[in-house]
Design a protein around this ligand. Structure first.
Ligand code: 5RP
Length: 261
């Protein structure tokens, strides 16, 4: 018998109708990565209505998202390192009581498999899974990639599988060649990160390839909010993820979007 609360929260993120999801990632600032468009976070609000869920930190949630909003929140609850130091050296920085108070739909942290603080990051995830079991809150594991790690299916597949074995409800990882070798060994749903900004057609192609290879969606940030047409871009990604659109059709949706936000 699935846990009702856990399942209900998860189905707010992964839409039951399509079994897929488009999450908007805006948590980059937690380690000091503040791409231009994140400087004034409030400006990103027009994108929210097009996302199935928003991934962000506690501070930005309180400051920049109206409590009237009904967008499901995937709260990043890890911190402790800036991009100037060792990124894997992070710990859990939000209590489960605050997650409940903020009415979040899922909690998330990164795991740094092969990283200097690998064990610490894996135990961080364990903490979220244990909390989740107790309170019915799903956990998203982000397979963060250190500078020295190769983003191939062997590494990303191993990290994703480890996250699933540890009890994560779903996994966020990077797209790579032969991505079906990642999804086929991971028993929980996988969403892909967008990564650094690339030309829109390339980002849409990546989303298409990921879905074709078994991902259930995206948790995309920079390739949406750094686009010249962010609304068109998120709508285009949605068409791929939820409606099975091809890249040409999605690209046209992007092109028809308004310039800026
Ligand atoms: C960093 C994250 C970020 O949310 C994610 O990488 C951002 O998405 P994008 O790469 O699409 O900008 O989890 O660990």
């Amino acid at each position: 018998m699935p846990d009702w609360g856990m399942q209900n929260r998860l189905s707010r993120i992964i839409r039951p109708k399509s079994g897929h999801c488009v999450m908007l990632a805006v948590d980059h600032g937690y380690f000091g990565n503040i791409p231009g468009q994140l400087k004034c976070f409030g400006d990103l609000n027009p994108l929210f209505e097009h996302a199935d869920a928003l991934m962000l930190t506690r501070g930005m949630l309180r400051s920049c998202v109206s409590p009237d909003s009904d967008i499901p929140i995937v709260l990043r609850v890890s911190a402790g390192a800036s991009m100037l130091k060792e990124l894997s050296n992070e710990e859990i920085n939000v209590t489960i009581e605050d997650c409940i108070r903020l009415n979040v739909s899922a909690i998330t942290c990164s795991i740094f498999v092969g990283g200097e603080f690998e064990k610490q990051s894996l135990l961080n995830l364990s903490k979220l899974v244990n909390w989740g079991q107790e309170y019915g809150i799903p956990s998203l594991a982000v397979t963060a990639v250190g500078r020295e790690m190769v983003r191939d299916y062997r590494y990303l597949g191993m990290a994703s599988r480890m996250a699933a074995e540890m009890g994560a409800s779903f996994v966020k990882t990077y797209y790579c060649e032969d991505f079906q070798n990642v999804t086929s060994i991971c028993p929980v749903p996988i969403v892909i990160a967008g990564g650094k900004k690339t030309p829109e057609r390339e980002a849409l192609q990546m989303a298409r390839n990921a879905i074709d290879a078994g991902a259930i969606g995206v948790d995309m940030g920079r390739n949406i909010f750094q686009s010249d047409k962010p609304i068109g871009m998120i709508k285009a990604v949605r068409a791929i993820v939820h409606e099975g659109a091809g890249v040409d059709e999605a690209f046209e949706i992007y092109q028809n979007g308004p310039v800026g936000l």
